[in-house]
Write a protein that binds this ligand. Sequence first.
Ligand SMILES: Cc1cc2nc3c(=O)[nH]c(=O)nc-3n(C[C@H](O)[C@H](O)[C@H](O)COP(=O)(O)O)c2cc1C
Length: 374
Amino acid sequence: MGTEKSEISLMTPYNLGKFNLSHRVVLAPLTRQRSYHNVPQPHAILYYSQRTTKGGLLISEATGVSDTAQGYPDTPGIWTKEQVEAWKPIVEAVHAKGGVFFCQIWHVGRVSNFGFQPNGQAPVSSTDKGLKSQIRANGVDVAEFSPPRRLRTDEIPEIVNDFRVAARNAMEAGFDGVEIHGAHGYLVDQFMKDQVNDRTDQYGGSLENRCRFPLEIVEALVDEIGADKVGIRLSPFASYMDSGDSNPEALGLYMAESLNKYGILYCHMVEPRMKTVGEKCQTHQSLLPIRKAFKGTFMVAGGYDREDGNKAIANNNADLVVYGRLFLANPDLPRRFELNAPLNKYNRETFYISDPVLGYTDYPFLESIAQISN
Ligand SMILES: Cc1cc2nc3c(=O)[nH]c(=O)nc-3n(C[C@H](O)[C@H](O)[C@H](O)COP(=O)(O)O)c2cc1C
């Protein structure tokens, strides 16, 4: 096992606004479907604290802003008092180890069905175009979607307000800030992408109109909790959940430039090579023009390993690198990168099961592997 310590760019400190990070390896938002009945559970205390380092940044799994926001079993929410209280000990555990913890807030929009909706109503979206059934990430289950109901223009401020209240609740739960989930074909993305949004009001048509909803959310959050605590995740190049765009470069640039006006803390972009959440592909498209346009902290995600993450930092293509599957399977990922130690392999089959331990908190640390092999 390589245990040589070497100075690598990924392990250098970085000031994320007022947060003094000790390294650049960020925990990606990862849905784990272990928050029974949408309430975070005590087993998440161990899960997140295992992945906490002093001065490390963690982003929580996607967390629903309201009872219409849900589309997957047992994903957490942050719209009730009970949910806020349940998050508190999890956030406290991360803080006790010196971590910085942002809450990713989302609304799935049309990626849902009657079964997840209050009173069995239709999911809401920018459109009334439905989604085809899809094989779930485990490769076995089929996700069924119900035809969505297009939000009326006068209902949109209510959804913006749900995001505002969720951000307020996240601060009440102790989080250091909030990340708007504007990626991967969920509600915010359903407004931005021209292959989904077919509205004719001020929220559809031109780039400016399609980006109005996300920017209204940004504005509400900046007003509610302060720009220094707001980040956003975007995936202009992805077409996950039938949410492609005819000009992703223009969309990404328009958002970066518009976000500059609000001075938010960070922009977190998914790499063009991630056309879907789990598969890397070859592409000539690049985030560099967007990186150059955005004035705040720029985070990148999608298919990174130690080597190319290091390069991204060394070449100044990003300020922070976000790791999903590798961090899921390696609770001590920053340390392994520092030591250039071998990595545990992730097991897709346990990504989304409801077991409170299996595939969740039982991935071994380097120390325990060393003990077993001694
Ligand atoms: C199990 C799993 C759950 C995920 N959940 C979320 C989520 O809640 N929010 C989100 O923005 N992305 C989510 N993603 C996408 C990851 O954050 C990340 O962008 C993706 O895995 C690609 O990065 P990686 O190659 O480092 O894994 C999820 C991915 C996986 C594998």
